[in-house]
Design a protein around this ligand. Structure first.
Ligand SMILES: [Zn+2]
Length: 281
């Protein structure tokens, strides 16, 4: 599933291709993905020029003069970008949407499981849209900091791992990056969220920003070598410290794994958490 860094990588691939261009032709090859396309989807987009390609949490926001296209890549959605002059591959079974731009560029959205979605919203009403309005602070924005995180966690008895995956606390921190951030901050995933205050909250907010930025950079460097933008590209996988590494030593760990068991796996809210019991308290 694409997490925030993957969506940001896709955004950075789309922005130079889309910004300033006009939707010349919009092709829908089905009536719905996770939800139906708006009835006037094609009419509202065709002829509209694209102002910015933004992002809020894991939603891409393609803003035209009047409307904003709200686009979620779902579980397995992939975006392919064709530069002007490139030949578009024959239409695949799961190529559900195609945008042809006036520049000659083409953008194809492939979504085999159809958990993705596209909706349109008048740009001046975007903040009130049902998918957008309850999203908490962007982890990479200036509005997210140690004190803001501490305030959001105050009084919460739920485990800290689950709390930071709650989009009302901070948006876009998925399962993988929650484990990695807690490891970086030295905080046990089992700790009651409300006890993460002061210096601990500061460390955790800093770790979340650093981990996400590193993942975006890894994605961005992968993207340079590919004309194709793919939700799975640039995945941070090879750099994980604890995620999916149960039983192994964590980086720089001096403990004897045969005695300690190394990195532990734990189920929290039906999701796997990975952590080092020695370094995380
Ligand atoms: Zn360790």
């Amino acid at each position: 599933m694409p997490e925030l860094p993957e969506v940001e990588t896709v955004r950075r691939g789309l922005a130079p291709v889309m910004e300033g261009a006009v939707f010349a032709r919009v092709q829908l090859r089905r009536a719905d993905l996770r939800i139906p396309f708006p009835k006037d989807f094609i009419q509202r987009l065709e002829g509209a020029s694209i102002v910015t390609v933004g992002r809020r949490s894991k939603y891409l926001l393609i803003q035209t003069q009047k409307d904003t296209l709200i686009w979620h890549l779902g579980m397995s959605g992939q975006v392919r970008i064709y530069a002007p002059g490139d030949t578009v591959a024959p239409v695949g079974k799961h190529d559900h949407v195609q945008f042809d731009l006036n520049t000659g560029a083409h953008i194809v959205f492939t979504d085999p499981r159809r958990f993705g979605l596209m909706d349109l919203c008048a740009t001046d009403a975007l903040a009130d849209h049902r998918l957008i309005r309850s999203i908490g602070p962007e982890p990479l924005g200036n509005a997210f900091s140690g004190p803001v995180l501490a305030q959001a966690l105050k009084g919460k008895r739920v485990a800290i791992k689950q709390a930071i995956m709650d989009a009302r606390v901070v948006c876009g921190v998925g399962n993988i990056y929650a484990s990695e951030s807690l490891y970086r901050a030295g905080i046990s995933p089992k700790r009651a969220a409300g006890t993460v205050q002061g210096g601990r909250a500061e460390k955790l907010a800093t770790a979340i920003k650093a981990i996400l930025n590193e993942a975006i950079q890894a994605g961005g460097s992968t993207l340079k070598d590919h004309r194709t933008t793919d939700g799975g590209l640039g995945y941070f996988q090879h750099n994980f410290a604890v995620y999916d590494r149960a039983g192994q030593a964590c980086p720089g760990c001096d403990c004897d794994v045969s005695k300690t068991g190394g990195i532990q796996r734990l189920e929290q809210g039906g999701r796997s958490t990975y952590y080092c019991p020695r370094k995380q308290r």
